[in-house]
Each structure stands twice: as structure tokens, then as C-alpha cells.
Design a protein around this ligand. Structure first.
Ligand code: PLP
Length: 413
């Protein structure tokens, strides 16, 4: 008889014990933290790694020959190697450490796109992007005479891939797509998009901010050119992140910031720069943050992407089932493949009023435009509420959220 492979099952109560903040109460109620797409909570191992760095290893990187300097450098470079393995980059040297996705995308905008763009060129993005994947393109487009085009989505919140492909015309010099929508949870078919871009010789940037917290990512298999991630949404400290890029791009990109750490030799008659990735890392980085990010990556490794994904999908289905029973509740984003991000509105109630009242019940959700104005315009609403779940959430928390929603609905309507 063949040995049956047992699917790994996530023990949510054990996992929760690793997150000290989940134990707290707010307004006298147990916290239900459903704002994970905004920023995730941190396990003790991450918090302790940051604390340990400052207590035992604190020094600057790449400058000192003393032991502490070597330890700090090892922690920082170790995070680069761990991140490279985490997203299956071919080499750690293809991973530029940044303060987060916003910096990663701006690096590509200023260093890769701006020198190449000219009047008549275009950058293609989509209607569902976070402002971080729109505004940098608008800025470099305005400077170069290029334009930014946005591919449409349908009512379910799915990218209309045929239209995206039809918009990959010869004027398009760069395409920029989110892997997972921060508002709708939609998972975009990045491999297919990358294939179409490559056929036409158009480089593709993928915003992976909302993907890496939920699924295993393999940047080489995806076939994109640039992949941006942010540490604080994936259990890591704020102010950490990365840009993975194909080596050939990093080689041709001029530095974005100038300063210490990114040079080979500085002379008034001509400065030479370090090799990538250090060429893009001027100044003192968030060393303690990256020491923490290493622990975040290790945490995901222990958890297992399959177990995490299975549990999150179960939670999503459970939440959807119960939300469907609430009269007047409209969910934005019903993609076939989605991560546990639920945007919604209750007929007759303002999103902010609802979020404020939910907070008084202990439920933390986000209300507003979620840094996605064009998406709000597409749906014709100024704001939504967003409940974004993580692997450490429970069905009991979904129940508490639904009960709180029904209670505040009565108060408002
Ligand atoms: N892209 C997406 C899809 C996001 O959800 C976010 C954060 O909300 C960002 C980019 C910006 O990330 P950061 O502010 O960490 O740079």
C-alpha cells in the first residue's frame, strides 16, 4: 500500500500563542485583529530578534572590522540570503534591501524607467493597484513625456487579461501589476501576464506586498523582471522590504540614492560605484529590522505555506458564508482565486461609522479608500470596509466579527 501523504494542518491555537499582541483587549473586549493587509502582527521570535540585536550585536554594517560590526553585517546580509531563498531568487545579489515596497517601486521608477522613457512611451498598470504602484509611474511619466495607462477589471474584481494583453502595444515600455489586490484579495495570473510581456519584450514589475504573506512565491517561475515586497505585512518589522530584479536590469540601472556604503571609490574627478545590490543601498539601513525579518521568514518556513494557505482559505469561505446572511451587505471582489481580504459595505451605513463602532466591539478593520482611489472610482464608492485575515485568525473571531456587525448594524439602521 502506498504511504498516504498527510496534509500539514495548522494548529491555530498554538500559532496564536506566538503572537503576544493577540492576547490584548481593546475597549474592554478581546481583540479581533482583521487589519492584516495593513500590517501584520509580529511573533515573539521577531520581536526578540530586534531586541537581541540592540542588546547584543548593535553596530553599523560593512564599515567596522570589530566583532560587533561583523555580527551586524552578518545579520543584515543573512536577511538578504534568507529573503532570496524565500522568494527563490537565483542569487542573493539580485535582492536589493529597501524600506518596503514603496521604496522598491520608486527605485525601479527613477533608476530603471526614467532614463529609458521618452515622449510617446507608456507604462501599463491596472485599475486595481495600490497608489504605490501608480503614483511613482505618474511622476516619472510627467518628467519624461510618457503616459500611464490602466487595464480594466470586471465587476468580480478580476483583471480582464485579454484587454491587458491587447494594451501591451509597442509604446509600452514597462508593465506593472499587483500579484494580489490589497482591497479585493484578487490573485492575478502573473505567470500568464509575464509570458505575454516577455513575448513582446516588455519588462514586468510585480507588486508582491499582499502575496508573500499568503502564498509561496517563486520569482523565477513567475517569469517577471522585478518583484517588490514589504516586510511589515509578512510578520517582519516596519521599514524593511526588498526589490528582486533580474541581474541584467540591476547591472544597467544607475544608483537612486548616493552616499556611503554604495561606492567603490569617491573622487572629485569621478566616483565609482559598488556592484549591485550594494550600489542601491546608500546610508545606514534598518539593520535591527532585517534581523527581525530573518526570523519572520523562518517563522513562515516552520508554518509551511500549504498549511497556512489551506487554513486561510477555510477562514475566507467561513467568513463569506456568514457575511452572505447579513441583509444589505455588499462584498467587493469575488474573484475565483483570492486571498482572505474582504471589502464590503452595508447599505445605508458609512464605512467610517461602521469601523468606529466595530472598534468599540474589539474588532479592528480598516475603512477608507485603501490607497486605491482608481479602484474606488471603478466601483463608484468613496470607501469600503476591509476585513483582512491572517493564518493566526480563528473561526471564533469570525463569529465575533459577524456578531459585532449585526449589533452595530442595528445601532446605525
Ligand atoms: N502595494 C500594496 C499592494 C500594498 O498593499 C501596500 C501597502 O498597503 C503597498 C504597496 C505599500 O507598502 P509599504 O507602505 O510597506 O511600502
Amino acid at each position: 500500500m502506498n504511504a498516504q501523504v498527510q496534509p500539514q494542518v495548522l494548529d491555530v491555537e498554538r500559532v496564536r500563542a506566538d503572537f503576544p499582541l493577540l492576547k490584548r483587549s481593546v475597549h474592554g473586549k478581546p481583540l479581533v485583529y482583521f487589519d492584516n493587509a495593513n500590517t501584520s502582527q509580529k511573533p515573539s521570535s521577531v520581536i526578540e530578534a530586534v531586541d537581541r540585536h540592540y542588546r547584543e550585536h548593535n553596530a553599523n554594517v560593512a564599515r567596522a572590522v570589530h566583532l560587533l560590526g561583523e555580527e551586524a553585517t552578518a545579520a543584515y546580509e543573512g536577511a538578504r540570503s534568507d529573503l532570496a531563498r524565500f522568494i527563490n531568487a537565483g542569487s542573493a545579489n539580485d535582492v536589493v534591501l529597501t524600506s518596503g515596497t514603496t521604496q522598491s517601486i520608486n527605485l525601479v521608477a527613477y533608476s530603471y524607467a526614467l532614463p529609458r522613457l521618452k515622449e510617446g512611451d507608456s507604462i501599463l498598470t491596472t485599475v486595481m493597484e495600490h497608489h504605490a504602484n501608480i503614483v511613482p509611474w505618474q511622476i516619472v511619466a510627467a518628467r519624461s513625456g510618457a503616459t500611464v495607462k490602466a487595464a480594466p477589471i470586471d465587476e468580480r474584481g478580476e483583471l480582464i487579461v485579454e484587454q491587458f494583453v491587447a494594451m501591451l502595444t509597442p509604446d509600452v515600455k514597462l508593465a506593472c501589476v499587483t500579484h494580489v489586490s490589497n482591497v479585493l484579495g484578487t490573485v492575478n495570473p502573473v505567470r500568464e501576464i509575464a509570458r505575454e510581456c516577455r513575448k513582446r519584450g516588455i519588462p514586468l514589475l510585480v507588486d508582491g506586498s499582499q502575496a508573500v504573506p499568503h502564498r509561496a512565491v517563486d520569482v523565477q517561475a513567475l517569469g517577471c523582471d522585478f518583484y517588490a515586497v514589504t516586510g511589515h505585512k509578512m510578520l517582519g518589522p516596519t521599514g524593511t522590504g526588498a526589490l528582486w530584479a533580474r541581474r541584467e536590469h540591476l547591472q544597467t540601472m544607475p544608483p537612486f540614492f548616493g552616499g556611503g556604503e554604495m561606492i567603490r571609490e569617491v573622487r572629485f574627478d569621478g566616483t565609482t560605484f559598488a556592484e549591485p545590490p550594494h550600489k542601491f543601498e546608500a546610508g545606514t539601513p534598518n539593520i535591527a529590522g532585517f534581523a527581525g525579518l530573518t526570523e519572520a521568514i523562518r517563522y513562515y518556513g516552520r508554518l509551511g505555506a500549504d498549511a497556512m494557505h489551506a487554513w486561510e482559505q477555510e477562514l475566507l469561505a467561513y467568513a463569506n458564508e456568514h457575511l452572505a446572511e447579513i441583509p444589505g451587505l455588499r462584498i467587493f471582489g469575488q474573484a475565483k482565486e483570492k486571498e482572505p481580504v474582504i471589502s464590503f459595505l452595508l447599505e445605508g451605513a458609512q464605512a467610517t461609522d461602521l469601523a468606529t463602532l466595530l472598534d468599540l466591539e474589539g474588532v479592528a478593520v480598516r475603512s477608507g479608500h485603501h490607497c486605491a482611489h482608481p479602484l474606488m472610482q471603478f466601483f463608484g464608492v468613496p470607501a469600503t470596509l476591509r476585513a483582512s485575515l491572517a493564518f493566526y485568525n480563528t473561526k471564533a473571531e469570525v463569529d465575533a466579527f459577524i456578531a459585532a456587525l449585526l449589533k452595530v448594524r442595528k445601532l446605525l439602521l
